[in-house]
Design a protein around this ligand. Sequence first.
Ligand code: PMP
Length: 435
Amino acid sequence: PAATVTGAPSQAGLLGRYASSLTGVFGAPSRVLVRGEGVHVWDADGRRYTDFLGGIAVNALGHAHPALVAAVTEQLGTLGHISNLFTSGPQIALAERLLELAVAPEGSTVFFANSGSEANEAALKLARRHGREDPSGRRARVLALEHSFHGRTLGALAMTWKPTYREPFEPLPGGIEFIPAGDAAALEAALDETVAAVIIEPVQGESGVHGWPAGYLQAARDLTRRHGALLIFDEVQSGTGRTGTWFAHQNPAVTGQDEPVVPDAMTLAKGLGGGVPIGAMISFGPQVSALLTAGQHGTTFGGNPVATAAGLAVLDTIAQTGLLQHVHDLGARLARGLGAVDGVTAVRQYGLLIGVDITVPSGVETPVPDGGLAPAVVRAGLEAGYLLNATGPSTLRLAPPLVLGEEEADRLVADLPSLLDAVLQAHQQQHDQEN
Ligand code: PMP
């Protein structure tokens, strides 16, 4: 129900202020959001939306989850920040829990950061350290995959493939090369004793949700080990339960095998804090962990008590409420439903990380709108009360809160044909008027 709070600033007014002070820093948002609860958010005009984006794979528990609110509130009221000259109970407990869930061997360590980019900066530094420890002095190359996304800070950007993200900021840190994604032969051809590390998203999110042929990740594991390079998994988007296992490299649907593919380092962020900023880099085993020595790297806020208390609340709640199984089951149901919609040409689904390719439904003559069908469906979704996301002109990416219910999932499936229809009808009308 639409309920505008008396005296509260209007959405149009707020968007006007945004336009004069913030546009140019971020994109142009069409809504000001004021409140969230579970899988719903409300805008400044009181309109409700079902959230199929989850803050881009962040809101693991949904909005304003009582366990997360309580953990953060209590921690902030007890001990909020201490710097890394000290440690705290939540920081230690979250590190222990992550190592346990990652089945990391004795001697593994966790470095806490504040974002995915920052976690990947730490991983890149780890790779550099590994290279510099090599007596040959020649182990300086880092391999990343085409279509990868690892973040927007300069080091993370240097490992990110998309030319339009990179080119405005060149020169980027050097030594990073891209190889065809999902191609074990290409990886083998690029690997030799000059490679310090290979970084891979077990499921690429920003590219439109792409996994790999069965066995690719294990091949990457075997090949990097053979050539003495580190294998780094960027699980910023795919981790923390998103695909229905704690981490995607443990998911048989991702790896094609029952046993996890264990990396040398893994980065996390997004869902780990459930909305509170936190990042982490886990280094597996004592040898890799020893590459970064105390004081070599740091960050003021990393692992602060509030963020780590949030992380613990997220992991506890996922475990206690059986969310991994729910993600597994509901993701499959959603993918089945979406796959049967006329106009959907492909569904790539790993738990509740879902890429949906769309085209004009059969028998419809309308040309595709400028900018593509998917961004237009996102806009139509907003009008119909959905937060959706497009990763390209014809690809929708869904990454809803893990607590999404069957009812909401089924409703999106039922509404997608009318969203497509609305887009195409509006476009046809515009087309007719112009001609
Ligand atoms: N790695 C991956 C795989 C991501 O999807 C993202 C964010 N989309 C990042 C890194 C960067 O994370 P952040 O925006 O928190 O810096």
